[in-house]
Each structure stands twice: as structure tokens, then as C-alpha cells.
Design a protein around this ligand. Structure first.
Ligand SMILES: Nc1nc2c(ncn2[C@@H]2O[C@H](COP(=O)(O)OP(=O)(O)OP(=O)(O)O)[C@@H](O)[C@H]2O)c(=O)[nH]1
Ligand SMILES: [Mg+2]
Length: 319
């Protein structure tokens, strides 16, 4: 989705490249004065143009944040902060315009002057003023570079029926994702293995038609107020809020996940209340090692017991 964003240079790298480009410029003219004058003008133009077009591309190719689907907006808010990003884009745009203005104003003087020392003086002034503008947006360029790295790694999402898997850490969410789709999220016996949203797909063949569904693995959530949630948990909330047609909430009654069933049930209750517009399925995993009497659907990602029943239930909601 955001793979084509341009690579954002730091202010030092940007200036370095702009200066390096000028080094190669040498205009040929038999007249020594013209040769020197044209070379100075060409170098100054190249320097200014490089700075202006690079900054312009950053602003131009950045997606309009307010027009992005809400899930992406929420993730940007969690990981970067939307206002900070918008302000940084604004500052980069200001630097582009200011650099352009400096060059346009001063280049007229360059062209009029015939004296080499004055030409050199003017060139120095242009370099100096544009360099100072670029240095002023050092932090903002760093914000754009961070944003761009984060956005490039965001999963591609489609507007198709979506199942979101949620629950406490270590209960088997990624294991279930592997059982239900071809996606291969990392599985490990410690909490918070999953730190980002992962997306997989399920293709269901119906006569001659293949229907595609999206399945989302989320990081683990703890039973605590929204204001206390960390960046990793907030991503799970963003997926539940913006993507889920069906929520599969996993409980681990064996408590080998490291959390009590009572805490897990509390979270389940909270999420069911919070996302009452989505279909909610509660499943108990790891029934190969522990079995408790309850009305919930029972599965084991290890033995695959109950996976078929769960799939049937999910699709009864999605059809
Ligand atoms: N015995 C048994 N172990 C399971 C089952 N499902 C998952 N596990 C184990 O539970 C541990 C956690 O599994 P994950 O799939 O990584 O759990 P998760 O909920 O994605 O964990 P986080 O990403 O950390 O929130 C791993 O050691 C799995 O092998 C199951 O049905 N039975
Ligand atoms: Mg996981």
C-alpha cells in the first residue's frame, strides 16, 4: 500500500548530495569570464533545484493522511501522531517554498553581475541561506523518515469480509491464524510475540466462484483501561475497531499462557461490550491439555480439534 513512498534523506544527507552534484558541473565557453560566470550560475541552480525538487517530492508523494482508511489513520496516530506528521509535512513544504524564493530572488542578481568576486559572494549567500533553511527542518525530516519506514511496513488491507483474532498474550492467536490460513505468523511460548498486525487470507470455493476473506492476527491484550494500554495493544484495538466483521476471542483455560482465566474472561466481557457491532465468537484453545465445562466452542490448534466447527461458525456469520 505504501511501498512507493520516496526515501526521505536527513538534512545532512540532502545538503551533502546537493553539494556533490555541483562539483561535477563545468560549463564550456571560450570566453574565460563567461565560462566562470555560467559555471557559478549552473552550480547554484543545480544546488537549489535539487533541494527544492527533493522537498517537493516528499510532500507530493506523501498520502493525504485524512483520506486514508480509518485503520491506517489510527495506526499512524498510535505510532507517529497524526498532528506531528501533518506539521512536519507543513514545515517541509515551507522549506521548499522558502528555498525556491531565495533562489529566484538572488539568481536575477547573479545573471546581472559581471564581476566574478561578486558572483561568488552571491553564490555563497544562496548556499548559506538555503543550507540554513534545510537545517531548520532537521527534526521534521526525521519525522517523515520514521513515518515512511513505519508506513512502508503496514499490511495491505482490502475491503472484504474480515475476521480479527483477539485475546490475552500467549493464548494461541497466531497458532489459530496458521490453522485457518496460509499465513505464517511467528509462534512462541512467551507473551507479546506478535507486536504488529498480520494479515492473511482464506479462499473459499463455492461452485465456480472463489470467495476471499481476510484474517487478522493481533498482538495480545491485557485486561486494563484504554488509557493504560501500550502502543502494541492499541494496534490490536485499532484492528478490532476498524476491520472486524467477526471477532474470534480466544481463551486459554489451561492458563499456560501465564494469565488467569478470570482475567481473560474480564477482557472478553469488556471487548464484547466495546465492539458490539461485530459478530463475536468465544473459543477455548489448548483443549488438548486442559478441558473445562462451558458453553464455549472448544478447539486445539495443536491437534486441530474443533477447527472445522469454528470455521463453519465464522462463515455462517459472513455469508
Ligand atoms: N498445547 C497447546 N499449545 C498451544 C496451542 N495453541 C498454541 N499453543 C502454544 O501456545 C504458545 C503461544 O502460542 P502463540 O500462537 O504464539 O500465541 P499468541 O496468542 O499469538 O501469543 P502473542 O503473540 O504473544 O500474544 C506457543 O508455545 C504455542 O505452541 C494448543 O492448542 N495446544
Ligand atoms: Mg501471536
Amino acid at each position: 500500500m505504501f511501498k512507493k513512498l520516496p526515501i526521505v534523506l536527513t538534512s545532512e544527507q540532502l545538503l551533502d548530495r546537493a553539494f556533490k552534484k555541483t562539483k561535477k558541473i563545468q560549463i564550456i565557453d571560450r570566453n574565460a569570464l563567461y565560462r566562470k560566470k555560467k559555471t557559478i550560475i549552473a552550480k547554484t541552480e543545480s544546488f537549489s533545484n535539487f533541494v527544492v525538487t527533493t522537498l517537493e517530492n516528499y510532500v507530493k508523494f506523501f498520502p493525504s493522511i485524512d483520506n486514508l482508511p480509518m485503520f491506517y489513520q489510527d495506526i499512524i496516530e498510535i505510532k507517529i501522531n497524526k498532528d506531528k506528521l501533518k506539521k512536519s509535512l507543513g514545515a517541509v513544504d515551507w522549506a521548499k517554498k522558502t528555498s525556491q524564493m531565495i533562489y529566484t530572488k538572488q539568481s536575477k542578481m547573479l545573471r546581472k553581475t559581471q564581476k566574478i568576486d561578486i558572483l561568488k559572494q552571491k553564490q555563497k549567500e544562496i548556499y548559506g541561506r538555503i543550507t540554513s533553511v534545510v537545517k531548520q527542518i532537521k527534526k521534521e525530516l526525521d519525522v517523515l523518515a520514521d513515518a515512511q519506514n513505519i508506513m512502508r511496513d503496514l499490511p495491505v488491507l482490502y475491503d472484504i469480509p474480515t475476521i480479527v483474532i483477539a485475546g490475552y498474550p500467549n493464548v494461541g492467536k497466531s497458532s489459530l491464524m496458521r490453522c485457518l490460513s496460509k499465513a505464517k505468523p511467528k509462534i512462541a511460548q512467551y507473551p507479546f510475540t506478535t507486536k504488529e498486525i498480520h494479515v492473511g487470507h482464506i479462499d473459499i470455493k463455492e461452485k465456480h466462484l472463489t470467495k476471499r476473506f481476510q484474517i487478522v492476527d493481533t498482538p495480545g491484550l491485557l485486561d486494563r483501561p484504554f488509557s493504560k494500554r501500550n502502543e502494541i495493544e492499541l494496534q490490536a484495538i485499532a484492528a478490532l475497531k476498524n476491520l472486524a466483521d467477526v471477532i474470534v476471542f480466544i481463551l486459554d483455560p489451561s492458563e499456560t499462557c501465564g494469565y488467569t482465566l478470570s482475567d481473560q474472561n474480564n477482557l472478553c466481557f469488556q471487548l464484547k461490550k466495546m465492539f458490539n457491532k461485530s459478530n463475536f465468537i468465544i473459543v477455548e484453545n489448548k483443549t488438548d491439555i486442559n478441558y473445562v465445562e462451558s458453553k464455549n466452542l472448544k478447539i486445539s490448534c495443536e491437534t486441530k480439534k474443533g477447527i472445522k466447527e469454528l470455521t463453519d461458525q465464522i462463515f455462517s456469520f459472513l455469508k
